[in-house]
Design a protein. Structure first.
Length: 366
């Protein structure tokens, strides 16, 4: 018993630091109580939620987990978070353990198509409520209709960012691009790739090189080294832009460009963090813009959808969160993820799936 408790509390401390946890084991929630106007499914018993993400512990991940956790706790849920560091075997094991350990609901982020159906079917068979983010559930055409899948509007993210690159050229020729991409097999990037191919076919861009990460413990360092090695091949004036389909890769490219003194190449990306904005604000920065969805809002909306499932409310099979373009010129010296809403209209705000009874729960759990 002592060993079990030690392992659990060690995992809980690691999670608090947004580090990977070894074994999903639900914390003990407080008892439930009926509230006027709140569906019985939310108050009949204390509800325990596991949020499990198959990405490294970067800024985007931390904000996503924080959004899900704070919204869930405002409803009175116990919320535990776990990170698999892009280790598919570890990710599947964490999900299997959560199913076995008695969680009532799961929010699953970045499951791969080749295993997500088999990974999540035991949860559905057990009556666990499930919402996924950036996960494709399709096994030979079979899906799990009980699951709601959410995505950022990846098509719009790609369109916004690539339009910025295409606009760099005013002479009718395609923009020459070094493409930072990881795939195929990563659902959000695969969706972004469809728009990239459209821009290629329309002659708006030309791909010079494609670079992707191989070291997921240090994506920025890995990409910085790879882009740095490429730059010698391309004299000044031969590359228009680097497109970062994921901002962790973009940060590595930014370092390579800075180290090489290559102010002739512009950087445009997808996703945003405080670190990104700090780099965009540096004097002479070549990072011109990024397209993004508030990562905390993704976690919030996913938790609302899960709460609606407990309530027995009708929810959609899928939902895309609205994308925004953030330009270097939009940022003020003190703009952060918390204040981005002050300079980007509609940032971080959404009434999607916010039910009146949720406000009752928030008031009761304030």
């Amino acid at each position: 018993m002592k060993k079990l408790l030690s392992a659990f509390f060690a995992g809980a401390l690691a999670l608090a630091a947004c580090a990977p946890a070894a074994t999903p084991a639900p914390s003990e929630p407080s008892g439930g109580a009926s509230l006027e106007g709140v569906p019985a499914g939310l108050t009949a018993k204390p509800l325990k939620i596991a949020v499990i993400r198959n990405l490294p512990s970067d800024d985007h991940t931390k904000q996503f987990l924080d959004g899900a956790r704070t919204e869930g706790e405002s409803f009175g849920f116990t919320v535990d978070t776990f990170i698999a560091d892009n280790d598919d075997a570890k990710f599947q094991e964490l999900v299997a353990q959560a199913i076995e350990k008695g969680y009532d609901g799961l929010i699953i982020s970045h499951g791969k198509k080749d295993y997500s159906y088999d990974m999540l079917k035991p949860a559905i068979d057990k009556g666990i409520k499930v919402v996924t983010f950036d996960t494709v559930i399709d096994k030979d055409g079979a899906t799990l209709p009980e699951i709601t899948t959410t995505f950022q509007d990846d098509f719009k993210l790609a369109e916004l960012s690539l339009s910025e690159i295409a606009a760099l050229k005013t002479d009718g020729t395609p923009a020459r691009v070094i493409k930072l991409w990881w795939g195929p097999g990563v659902p959000p990037l695969d969706r972004r790739e469809t728009i990239y191919q459209k821009f290629l076919e329309e002659g708006k861009i030309e791909t010079l090189e494609t670079v992707g990460p191989s070291n997921f413990q240090d994506v920025q360092g890995d990409i910085a080294a790879k882009v740095g090695a490429l730059l010698a091949k391309y004299p000044e004036g031969t590359v228009d832009a680097i497109w970062g389909s994921w901002d962790e890769m973009a940060k590595g490219a930014y370092k390579a460009l800075q180290d090489a003194g290559r102010t002739d190449i512009k950087l445009i990306s997808i996703d945003v963090s405080n670190q990104d904005m700090n780099l965009m604000r540096e004097e002479g920065s070549i990072w011109l813009s990024t397209a993004a969805v508030d990562p905390a809002l993704i976690g919030i909306v996913d938790m609302r959808l899960l709460a609606m499932k407990f309530a027995g409310d009708e929810v959609p099979a899928n939902y895309d969160l609205e994308a925004k373009l953030i330009k270097q010129s939009d940022l003020k010296p003190d703009t952060t993820m918390l204040t981005l809403k002050d300079v980007i209209d509609g940032w971080g705000k959404s009434d999607a799936f916010n039910q009146p009874w949720m406000d009752t729960l928030r008031a009761a759990n304030k």
